[in-house]
Design a binder for this molecule. Sequence first.
Ligand code: FAD
Ligand code: SF4
Length: 405
Amino acid sequence: MTAIHPEPTPSKAHQKAKALKPGSVRPAKELCSECGFCDTHYIHYVKEACAFLNQQFDNLEQTSHGRSRDLDNPDELYFGVQKTMMAARKIEPIPGAQWTGIVSTIAIEMLKRGMVEGVVCVQNTKEDRFQPMPVIARTPEEILAARVNKPTLSPNLSVLEQVEQSGMKRLLVIGVGCQIQALRAVQDKLGLEKLYVLGTPCVDNVTRAGLQKFLDTTSRSPETVVYYEFMQDFRVHFKHEDGSVETVPFFGLKTNQLKDVFAPSCMSCFDYVNSLADLVVGYMGAPFGWQWLVVRNETGQEMLDLVNELIETQPVMSKGDRKAAVQQSIPAYDKGVTLPMWAAKLMGVFIERIGPKGLEYARFSIDSHFTRNYLFVRRNYPQKLAAHVPEFAKRIVGQYELPEK
Ligand code: FAD
Ligand code: SF4
């Protein structure tokens, strides 16, 4: 599926193309997710490759997985092309990983067994634990140093030129949807024999400054946060340096202050589930404490098989009905309504007891974000709406009543 037919020599125009200087306006302008692609001479292909300039899921699903998703299959409509889905966790979790460290473990195994020569992943700078620093890791230690989310836009593709220069032939790339869309569009131009793609879902990302605003308005101690996640119990969990965990109900977030904090790219993204990765590792379709895996093709299966002995698994489950909760949340999301903390806590407890679980929680989150993002694009980029929103997202959004323009 992901066998690659490298172009014998990159075109002259490509070789001559120059990366943009730091700080200059990117072709996607304010919708740019800073994926790093334009920091390389691959910018030559940006019009076709950029996720925000050219929506082409059908095409790229076809080249990545051998077929596009079956829109009449409810699981594929929501979660993309797949062979299997499951819940899994490491028997011995990696300390300091975002969840149990399945992503880092697969990457380490691939390197140790010589399946790849390098792994594109993202460490942080020495000065700032949340400032992303993309690298091509060549040792297990360098992969481990990239564990845990850097919850900010990250220019992972900025290392693509180094891949070409290094002469590497077998590569693993770990990344989020917008990075993987641009990567897939040029994968046959990287001179590789084999590319493996290990994706994570991604939503509501922020710039480094936006992250600071989120931490300052939401956590009791922003400077000691080492990790956070929007969990399936409808709370944000912040882990602090001293190991303590602080939880804040979603419904208590100061949405009026946070309204503009999410990057415009993420407000117009419909690739929550990383449709083009070979294997996706997230959490939202799994019970609390477990990770959620979607194997999209044979290459993904090959990657997962490497860690069979190191993980325990269970089938995915689904419980509850999300539809009313999504419909009610549409105006609140749109207007940035904030509940008082006591009401937010009460609502959180109530929803946790009777609310959507497993895959139904994942559908709840996808529906809420797709309807919000559809409204964002309709309001701010009406001329892009028809082409930018993929058919699967139009069907998902079409299940709900949206406010008039
Ligand atoms: P680890 O072993 O800790 O490895 C994490 C890997 O993520 C590292 O290899 C690192 O290179 C990579 N990474 C870190 N930050 C970034 C970044 N900014 N861009 C690209 N790659 C990065 N899952 C859901 O189910 N629902 C969500 O809404 C969701 N949102 C996410 C938002 C972001 C910004 C990110 C990065 C991930 C998100 N995930 C989401 C995935 C989830 O949080 C975990 O990353 C995933 O389950 C893997 O956990 P792990 O313990 O196996 O990862
Ligand atoms: Fe370039 Fe990536 Fe920004 Fe698109 S999102 S303009 S490809 S850096």
